[in-house]
Design a protein around this ligand. Structure first.
Ligand SMILES: Cc1ncc(COP(=O)(O)O)c(C=O)c1O
Length: 379
């Protein structure tokens, strides 16, 4: 079936006992067994819960994956994925990851014996040289947060596989509507469902989808063993959000392009990072591996003072971390989402003090543009 049909129907068949068209929120911790060893497939809700299973089936279908697992947050999903590896293993990661991923790797997982190297994954030669004999995983985000650099997923998968490693892609920014890394050769896809998949800024969650049965078995074991599962109500919220993913993403994309074009023309804006602009250095690659460009934009105002002026002057856009909701959010990566990345590293990857990030929502785009304009003219 097509993407929108799957988003609305997979895992969401009418309830067998009542006919309810919406998957019930199975707010229960345990399941009564008919006799010793005889049950309906559910024993304890950390191990498995019908609302979560419905979401896991749905997300797997959208990523065109065989298996899906839902976690308490995007970070819990990334942490679970990393526990597939063991002390002594080496991981090559993109140099411009979400700050929380970098913090998890550097300040938590390193202490458990995982080794990390960082490379600009847009330059595959740089990735190639980062590999070591014990490299087990290449972990990338594309586009990157917030400077919207693109990595060639198929080429990255080829490099990883040539070295006997796996490729995992954080697909949070594009959602499976615009980009499906497994179809391009990746082995695992991770999401913060908090963002576009949920889409309504009312829940935190994460997911991993994949095709390999042995890896999936291990991840299911880890999900239950470590227990960072997504609760039934939050699973239900994501299920509800996902039903409108296709129409929301179309509108994010339309609004994103219009706002990016407006910013690119604005005299107070020095640079715009948006893969949908033909001026983006990797526009052609973006067109090749994505079917849209989404609603994430970063733009350069030139200084911290200018960024502060814009951020303090917007009225419709909300100053907040996070992204992917129906409402437009605006933020300052250097002091907000990427504050945990050391200052020199931030400079190196282009997260300047004057950089502002927008998660363009699905409001009327003229209203967004006039709000940004009245804020920019104050610079
Ligand atoms: C690209 C990306 N990956 C992962 C995460 C972490 O997700 P969560 O906040 O749901 O733990 C975020 C959060 O902003 C993100 O932007």
């Amino acid at each position: 079936m097509g993407f929108s049909t799957d988003a609305i129907h997979v895992g969401q068949e009418p309830d067998a006992t009542t006919g309810a068209i919406i998957v019930p929120i199975y707010q229960t911790s345990t399941f009564v067994q008919e006799a010793l060893g005889k049950h309906k497939g559910y024993e304890y809700a950390r191990t498995s819960n019908p609302t979560r299973v419905a979401l896991e089936r749905n997300l797997a279908a959208l990523e065109r994956a065989r298996f899906g697992f839902a976690f308490a947050s995007g970070m819990a999903a990334i942490n679970a994925l990393m526990t597939l590896f063991k002390a002594g293993d080496h991981i090559v990661a993109g140099h411009n990851l979400y700050g929380g991923s970098f913090r998890l790797f550097e300040r938590v997982l390193k202490d458990f014996g995982l080794a990390f190297s960082y490379a600009n994954t847009c330059r595959l030669g740089e990735v190639e040289t980062a590999f070591r004999p014990h490299t087990r995983l290449l972990f990338i985000e594309t586009p990157t947060n917030p400077v919207m650099e693109i990595t060639d997923i198929a080429a990255a998968a080829a490099v990883a596989h040539r070295h006997g490693a796996l490729l995992a892609v954080d697909n949070t920014f594009m959602s499976p509507y615009f980009q499906r890394p497994l179809e391009l050769g990746a082995d695992m896809v991770v999401h913060s469902t908090t963002k576009y998949l949920n889409g309504h800024s009312d829940g935190v969650g994460g997911a991993v989808t994949l095709n390999d049965a042995a890896l999936a078995e291990r991840l299911k074991f880890l999900q239950n063993a470590a227990g960072a599962i997504l609760g039934p109500f939050d699973s239900w919220l994501v299920l509800r959000g996902v039903k409108t993913l296709a129409v929301r993403m179309e509108r994010h994309n339309q609004n994103g392009l219009a706002v990016a074009q407006f910013l690119a023309r604005h005299p107070k804006v020095k640079k715009v990072h948006y893969p949908g602009l033909t001026s983006h250095p990797q526009h052609e690659l973006a067109r090749k591996q994505m079917s849209g460009f989404g609603g994430m934009i970063a733009f350069e105002t030139g200084s911290l003072e200018n960024a502060r002026t814009v951020l303090n002057s917007v009225r419709l856009c909300s100053l907040a971390e996070s992204l992917g909701g129906v409402e437009t959010l605006i933020s300052h990566p250097a002091t907000m989402t990427h504050a945990s990345v050391p200052a020199e590293e931030r400079q190196r990857i282009g997260i300047t003090d004057g950089l502002v990030r927008i998660s363009v929502g699905i409001e009327d785009v003229e209203d967004l543009i006039s709000d940004l304009d009245q804020a920019l003219v104050r610079i």
